[in-house]
Design a protein around this ligand. Structure first.
Ligand code: ADP
Length: 575
């Protein structure tokens, strides 16, 4: 039976029973009312009239007014004859009264009249008794039928109360639970109902839907797994180490190259915390340093793998995605790429060696050319005419430039091979400055640039390599002269601050644009459009020399206003 029929039958029969009970109660109430009404009208009035007449009789019927009263009651009784035998008694009373009326003093008739009246009373009393019994029976029947009807109503209501929730609410809660499971992606959820109604049909439809969802999900899962495998194959085929980390630094993937150079196995690392792995693995420790705010000393890693030293450049790419329906980016981890730059490094070594050899080999012949030119100028050898003198001067200038460049190249090869030879000793900063001034004085004069020098006499000594520091100052002053306008001033100041002695070289030349200021100390970097010749190595060497001595060098420059380079070096403890 379906739910609709069940509800219709249950509630319908309850309704019918209620209607039946109402009709039954109405019927019995009506019947009881009729029964009591009859008693009142048929019998109670007759007893009342007979009693009135009996009382008149007891008092004595002596005059016409009593007669009238008696006759009035007698007439009323005549009109209210309802019981068998009552008519006969009433007429006997009438007859006997007529006899008495003819002779009112004949009291011998009183007993006969009293008997007639008592007969009427008893007939009606009997009838009252009988009708009261009938009313009792009617009341009993009414109670019986009403109890039966109410009982039936109660049974149906109880049946509905017990079975309705089970029949309707239970399947609904089952459905709710199953729908929740589906929402939680548990697509294997099914509903089995052993009934044959609308819920059964609903369960069948639900099961079909769940099956289709399961099929769809499985096909998607298979697709996702294939795509995952494809990406894994792709990452494994990259011939450079790649490591994927989630936002909690758990290792998502590590390709075979990465496993090989870190000496790790896939099963030991995938899904594990990179921090835990880093406790025992030096490479992992270096790789994840950046995530803890520690900047790794250099992005170039030297790794001993495959029986040879390899060089890798570390790059960290954040993985950011946008979830469906959202606009903002979510950070879901990072990919660490290690670019194998061993071949570049090898080329770089070859270049450095080549530069070192060439510079070294060139230095001797150039020095000897310089000597020869100086000899040429000697009058003992022969007097040169003005034109020849001019030519030798220009050869000397070019030789000086050439020697300068060779010196720079030698210095940079020393830096690149890590072979800077320093002899750090307590030195007087004034002496270094004076030496640099004397060396650059000529250039300044040629360009009509003036020096403004400020160096206190009691300046403390510094811990420095005097030769290298002088080289740096000469380079800075030479630049200041080169980039100053004719007639300009270069300010050379020595001062102290805290534990440092400062050498400042300030010019009022063209200055350096902000976008180039960061790269100014890079090797071979020259500001685009610099019209003076140069190698772009001077500042790079200066920085390396000063840092190797435990100091540092800074630049302050305003484009169009000039530049100021400041060298900081440590004071000597002997002060
Ligand atoms: P270079 O041999 O080219 O002078 P440096 O390393 O000494 O090499 O300088 C790098 C570049 O920095 C120069 O090419 C020049 O453009 C810029 N530079 C250096 N010093 C100054 C300065 N005082 N004023 C303006 N630009 C400068």
């Amino acid at each position: 039976m379906n739910i609709k029929t069940k509800l219709f039958t249950g509630i319908g029969s309850l309704f019918l029973l209620v209607v039946f009970l109402s009709l039954l109660s109405g019927y019995y109430i009506n019947k009881l009312s009729n029964d009591t009404k009859n008693i009142l009208a048929d019998n109670y009035n007759s007893v009342k009239y007979a009693r009135e007449m009996l009382m008149l009789l007891d008092a004595g019927i002596q005059n016409s007014s009593i007669c009238l009263e008696f006759e009035k009651n007698l007439k009323l009784q005549q009109a209210n004859i309802t019981e068998t035998g009552e008519k006969k008694s009433t007429y006997a009373l009438l007859r006997d009264y007529d006899k008495l009326k003819q002779n009112l003093s004949d009291t011998a008739l009183y007993p006969t009249l009293r008997k007639d009246l008592l007969t009427i009373i008893s007939l009606n009393m009997e009838a009252i008794q009988k009708k009261s019994n009938i009313a009792d029976i009617t009341a009993y029947d009414a109670i019986l039928w009403i109890v039966v009807g109410s009982g039936l109503c109660l049974i149906i209501a109880l049946t509905l109360l017990v079975f309705m929730p089970k029949n309707i609410v239970k399947p609904i809660s089952d459905f709710t639970q199953s729908i929740q499971h589906i929402a939680e992606r548990n697509y294997s959820e099914r509903i089995n109902l052993k009934r044959n109604d609308e819920f059964k049909k609903m369960a069948e439809a639900f099961n079909v839907m769940a099956e289709k969802l399961q099929e769809y999900n499985n096909s998607n899962l298979a697709k996702v797994l294939t795509e995952k495998k494809r990406i894994e194959a792709l990452i494994n085929n990259i011939h450079e180490p790649v490591i994927g980390l989630d936002e909690d630094l758990k290792i998502l993937f590590m390709n075979s190259e990465a496993l090989q150079i870190s000496n790790l196995k896939s099963e030991e690392v995938i899904g594990k915390s990179a921090q835990d792995i880093a406790v025992k693995n030096d490479l992992m420790r270096t790789l994840i340093q950046d995530f803890f705010g520690e900047k790794s000393p250099s992005a170039i890693l030297k790794i001993y793998a495959d029986n040879k030293e390899s060089y890798f450049q570390k790059e960290i790419a954040p993985m950011n995605i946008t979830h469906t329906g959202e606009t903002g980016m979510h950070h879901i981890g990072n990919v660490i790429f290690l670019k194998n730059i061993t071949s570049l490094k090898e080329l770089d070594f070859a270049k450095t060696n080549f530069m070192a050899t060439i510079s070294h080999e060139l230095k001797t012949p150039i020095s000897s050319i310089k000597m020869s030119v100086q000899l040429l100028e000697n009058i003992k050898i022969g007097k040169l005419n003005d034109e020849q003198l001019h030519l030798t001067e220009s050869i000397k200038e070019d030789l000086e430039r050439l020697l300068g460049i060779i010196g720079e190249l030698l210095n940079i090869t020393q830096i690149e091979t890590g072979n800077i030879q320093l002899s750090i000793i307590p030195t007087n900063p004034k002496e270094i400055l004076d030496y640099a001034i004397i060396t650059t004085q000529m250039q300044a004069e040629q360009k009509k640039v003036y020096f403004s020098i400020s160096c206190p006499d009691n300046i403390p000594s510094i811990l420095a390599d005097p030769e290298k520091t002088a080289w740096v100052l000469i380079n800075l002053i030479t630049n200041a002269i080169r980039y100053s306008h004719e007639g300009g001033t270069v300010y050379l100041t020595v001062s102290t601050t805290g534990n440092n002695v400062l050498f400042s070289v300030k010019d009022s030349g063209q200055g350096i644009l902000p976008e180039y200021q960061e790269r100014i100390f890079d090797r071979y970097f020259r500001v685009p459009g610099s019209n003076t010749s140069g190698s772009g190595l001077g500042l790079a060497i200066s920085k390396e020399f000063i840092e190797a001595q435990g100091g540092h060098i800074t630049l302050k420059s305003e484009y169009g206003e000039g530049s100021e380079f400041i060298v900081f070096l440590n004071k000597s403890n002997m002060n």
